[in-house]
Design a protein around this ligand. Structure first.
Ligand code: NAD
Ligand code: IPM
Ligand code: MN
Length: 355
């Protein structure tokens, strides 16, 4: 439908600065593409909320988010006040799991005119997707501490790789690869060292590949894969990895395109049973929070991903186009990309480019 109910959660730090710019650009897109938004802002899933209530989320958070077509999310974390594992497991990671957003889709693209920190790289050279498993793997709650306080103290956290969880993320990644001109899928592994879970992951990749004869498949151990991201980013089209490997690759990839500040992320439940969540890849950036200098593009591009997910591809493409137009001009960029603008003026420039 053309009327979209969006839950808005800004969270902490620069989340509170970039989300308003994301909303500004979504409103501009609504005007141009005849959409209408009902934005419902929530103050939970933030360390401020935790300070007031002792919890990251209210007990009835699911009821409060009911009827949302999607969640537009900023960033969570203020480690000086709340330990990161408490704030993140109490909010973002809970959404990902309880809403079964098993795909974390993270595009990596060098935009025209934006200088890459890698020498001699042009836009077409860096244009791929990281497809990250988002509900299991190394991010597991199975484990614990033993012999606490003694010199035999041990901590264990089990990696969980299920057949169901692996096959569904691989299927998504293969289908994405199949839809792209290069039809190329790279699997991140570490089956030389992590000798039970990772050989199993490789096995499932080989099995799934049988259904996609037209997709070229290769695999790299995660250590050399990070090196190849820097040395040969043009080799990649769709890169699929476990929760942790995907996390690492999706900061490294965008860094190769100039800044992590432009990178968006879709936490998607492809079955549509639950609302999907769209956010920038970056965090709350306490080091620059409150200064008005954060790059709003990751948040704005996340808005475009949200519109595409909700079936409004033309509006989504319009936003990406506006981002490209603005980023191609040095004088319209934020400081992380060598430009003079602050968060608000950069957001306004993108909204203007849409109208
Ligand atoms: P971070 O992404 O917040 O920041 C890393 C570096 O990148 C910092 O120097 C920061 O200033 C810079 N940066 C990040 N976003 C930027 C932007 N839009 N424009 C310009 N520069 C930007 O990562 P961190 O420092 O590891 O984590 C800070 C907090 O955020 C922690 O609490 C962490 O757990 C949390 N975090 C949350 C999310 C999320 O909500 N999805 C993601 C990552 C980290
Ligand atoms: C991300 C973040 C989160 C993750 C943290 C904040 C738990 O780094 O979304 O990439 O590791 O998934
Ligand atoms: Mn991350």
């Amino acid at each position: 439908s053309n009327k979209l109910n969006i839950a808005v959660i800004a969270g902490d730090g620069i989340g509170k600065e970039v989300v308003p710019e994301g909303l500004r650009v979504l409103e501009a897109a609504a005007k141009r593409y005849d959409l209408s938004f009902d934005f419902k802002e929530h103050d939970f899933a933030s360390c401020d909320y935790y300070g007031r209530t002792g919890e990251m989320l209210p007990e009835d958070w699911k009821t409060r988010l009911e009827g949302s077509d999607a969640i537009f999310f900023g960033a969570v974390g203020w480690p000086d006040v709340v330990p990161d594992h408490v704030s993140l497991w109490g909010s973002l990671l809970k959404f990902r799991r309880e809403y079964d957003q098993y795909v974390n889709l993270r595009p990596v693209r060098l935009m025209p005119g934006v200088p890459s920190p890698l020498a001699n790289r042009a836009p077409g050279d860096i244009d791929f997707y990281v497809v990250r498993e988002n509900t299991e793997g190394e991010y597991s709650s199975i484990g614990g501490k033993m012999y606490e306080g003694t010199d035999r103290e041990i901590v264990v956290q089990e990696t969980v790789i299920s057949r169901h969880g692996t096959d569904r993320i691989l299927k998504f990644a293969f289908e994405l690869a199949q839809s792209r001109p290069a039809k190329h899928l790279t699997s991140a592994t570490k089956s030389n060292g992590i000798s039970i879970t990772m050989p199993y992951w490789d096995e499932r990749v080989e099995e799934m590949a049988k259904n996609y004869g037209d997709v070229k498949v290769d695999k790299y151990h995660i250590d050399i894969l990070t090196a190849q991201f820097v040395l040969n980013p043009d080799w990649f089209d769709v890169v699929v990895g476990s929760n942790l490997f995907g996390d690492i690759l999706s900061d490294l990839g965008p860094a190769c395109t100039g800044t992590i500040g432009v990178a968006p992320s879709g936490n998607i439940d492809p079955t549509g049973r639950f609302p999907s969540l769209f956010e920038p890849v970056h965090g709350s950036a306490p080091d620059i929070a409150g200064k008005g200098i954060a790059n709003p593009v990751g948040q704005i591009w996340a808005g475009a991903m949200m519109l595409e997910h909700l079936g409004h591809k033309e509006a989504a493409d319009g936003i990406v186009q506006a981002i490209e137009t603005v980023l191609s001009e040095q004088k319209l960029r934020t400081g992380d990309l060598g430009g003079p603008l602050g968060t608000v003026d950069c957001g306004k420039a993108i909204a203007d480019a849409l109208s």
